[in-house]
Write a protein that binds this ligand. Structure first.
Ligand code: UDP
Ligand code: MG
Length: 198
């Protein structure tokens, strides 16, 4: 079974479009799946929109955090609730493309974790520069060559998440942490889109 985990903080416009694209991809894969929206204390209509979507998409589950706890906490809640043996994560803001999921799952046959590399990243200049610097420092310190850790589109075999204790901001270090636990980590090129809403 595949569990797809999506952190949601004020994404009311994006959710219906995302659900449509995501479920179309997951249905084509043919196997069992669930989608977990983790509402990270949204203050817009995201929660109501999600509940509405459950009518059309029975495999959709919702976890609601009482207040805004940040993306790492949202992922962590999703990881704990997931029933699948394969876990996929992506953002709710349509910057990641669900069409990339099948190739990540294919790649997972030969490793334990796959992270998406946004080769052509569509973000504001300041974000691109700070990310370049952060990548350089992290790779220097950890002695590895991970091109992109900020991309939420990732796939995991459930086992590599068992021993992780996650703190605020740590979702950016997941490939490194998982590699340190002795698991095999691989990269897949993925597409990236500018944020339109939110
Ligand atoms: N998000 C969240 N809690 C937060 C901030 C963001 O759950 O406190 C979600 C957000 O809704 C989106 C994802 O995390 O689905 C990534 O957020 P954002 O687009 O702001 O980050 P970026 O794409 O710039 O890394
Ligand atoms: Mg984003």
């Amino acid at each position: 079974m595949i569990s797809v985990i999506i952190p949601v903080y004020n994404e009311e416009e994006n959710l219906p479009i995302l659900a449509k694209r995501l479920f179309s991809v997951l249905r084509k894969l043919g196997g069992e799946f669930e989608v977990i929206f983790v509402d990270d204390g949204s203050t817009d209509k995201s929660l109501a929109v999600m509940r509405g979507l459950q009518k059309d998409y029975p495999q959709l589950r919702i976890i609601k955090l009482q207040r805004n706890c940040g993306q790492t906490a949202a992922f962590d809640c999703g990881f704990k609730a997931a029933r699948g043996d394969i876990i996929v994560t992506l953002d709710a803001d349509l910057q990641n493309d669900p069409k990339d999921i099948p190739k990540m799952i294919e790649k997972l046959k030969n490793c334990d974790m796959v992270y998406g590399w946004r080769r052509k990243r569509r973000d504001p200049l300041l974000k691109l520069i700070s990310s370049k610097i952060a990548n350089y420092i992290r790779n220097k310190l950890s002695g590895e060559d991970i091109k992109d850790t900020g991309c939420s589109l990732k796939a995991y075999k459930k086992d590599c998440l068992n021993n992780l204790k996650l703190y605020n901001g740590m979702h950016r270090f997941l490939p490194t942490l998982i590699r340190l636990e002795g698991f095999k980590v691989a990269e897949v090129e993925v597409s990236h889109h500018p944020r339109k809403y939110g």
